[in-house]
Design a protein. Sequence first.
Length: 599
Amino acid sequence: MVAALQRSAFIDAISKHDPNSTAVVHSLSGRSFKYGSLLQDVASAKERLLQTTGKDESSIVGERIAFLVENGYDYVVTLLSCLASNAIAVPLAPSFPPHELRYILNHSEALALLSSSKFSQLAQEVVADGLDKAPVTASVEKLGQGAESVEEVKLSGEADTAEGGMMLYTSGTTARPKGVLLPTQVLGAQARSLLQAWEYTPKDHLLHVLPLHHIHGTVNAMLTPLLAGSTIEFMFPFNVDNVWKRFAAPFITDSSDGYSPEDLGNTQENKKPITFFTVVPTVWARMLQTHPALPPDILHASKEAIKREHLRLNISGSAALPTPTKQAWSEISFGNTLLERFGMTEVGMALSCGLADEDRIDGSVGWPLPTVEARLVDTDTHEVIHEDFGPDGKERPGEIQLRGPTIFKEYWRNPEATKKEFTSDGWFKTGDIAVRRPVPGSGQGKSGSWARGPAFFIHGRQSADIIKTGGEKVSALEIERELLSLPEIRECAVVALPSEAWGQKVAAVVVLSARGKTAGKGGREWGAMDLRRALRERLVAYKIPQTVRVVESIERNAMGKVNKKELVPRVFGDGEKIRRRSEVEGVERERLRKEGGGR
């Protein structure tokens, strides 16, 4: 039979790639799949989807298709088949408990729930009860068994008239998770913007270790490589030993330690160097922690693998990158500097440092990506900031607002929330505060015409990372960066606590390093007084944390982010307990003043 696929930037590009080049590799099994068979498999999946749901070409338009599929070729085919049907793909996180998955199914009013055999039991548990309307369920391996095989694939319609898309759900830190609708054209615009800035090519071999219900894993590490004709090698969940072995595999010359590339289900694909790796700061930190202890052959080969001549691009995102992590990676990789960027579910990637070393600025997320418009707006006066420095010589922080073809369409069936997040003149309000700062030698267009002028430096989320203390606005991310530069601290989170004297006061939750556990006077554990002394030469007095809590660990989500709204009551207690402690701040302030750490 002949099958028709809705044109899109991705379907069009895949149809033109070298059919003999590799699209997807399963790292541990060694199985690989060519671009030449990808559209055929997408077309077959689409026809089986129509048959299983009882829909036709017109009635499936805009329907939500949820799926539980592990990272790999089946995921790629399932997502593309939804786009090619003009349906809306709703990727689900297998790590979520059933009640959270039911919420998404109910909220999206999903027509179908597809699952791989690995997650079929979870899918059955999800639909067992608690759903407003039971979706059609099917296995992606046996979807609509008996459907005619597709002999010819045709592309139909125009790419700019596609009506499908993808819907990702927010983390729900401030309210119930919202469905972020990303039409196919928006996904295409996001991918084309990254393609221009980061220069993906068919020669790129990307190692993918990220979850696929986030924008980072889907657009940056899957859809854009598919647009470029790159190879995507899936290795999920992240395992630091396997990642180091995979980096090292093409450069192993001596397997005297008992390791060889065959340990990864070796194929010719596993012998190819990794050229592109994008992960979150916690992954970079974990790799750095384990690197010195690698067996000698893997240690030697991995150092060769992460040189820029092989690993052409290493990217960190989804959370702030600590300066020590960036510096340590540069040292072991012989100067292969990590590239930082800024993005979110609603906008994809919005700002990025450039490929040129001069444009990889420490602590900065660079410039608006191609086709992205960005501005800063004063959160008090709501005026657009045109001058980076005020008459007093101080930097002028403001909320980042964005506009352009990469911005999402709407929060699913939530017009009030959508309207609230856009200005009257059509700019999306990110809620992130930043400053622009000229940096000598950078922003000269060496990375492209888009990377010019003062660079953006993120201060943090307006709701969680901007602390208003005694009339001053303090960036929690700035303080965290300084804390993480101290060898006694392994992890930290800076938060605001209510204060009768200052409105809010700066507090820090820290996880000590091995050194920190014995670095205090007399070999005791490093404490609040030690921390304040260490920061005196680094930060102005009002930025130094007044309250410090040492904990064993700080909980993070899959993308390495800390939910500070949940962290505060868990560590410091409820609001009444915090208020009572605030009543004795007079004594605390006097002690801090005598130490030199007060105002």
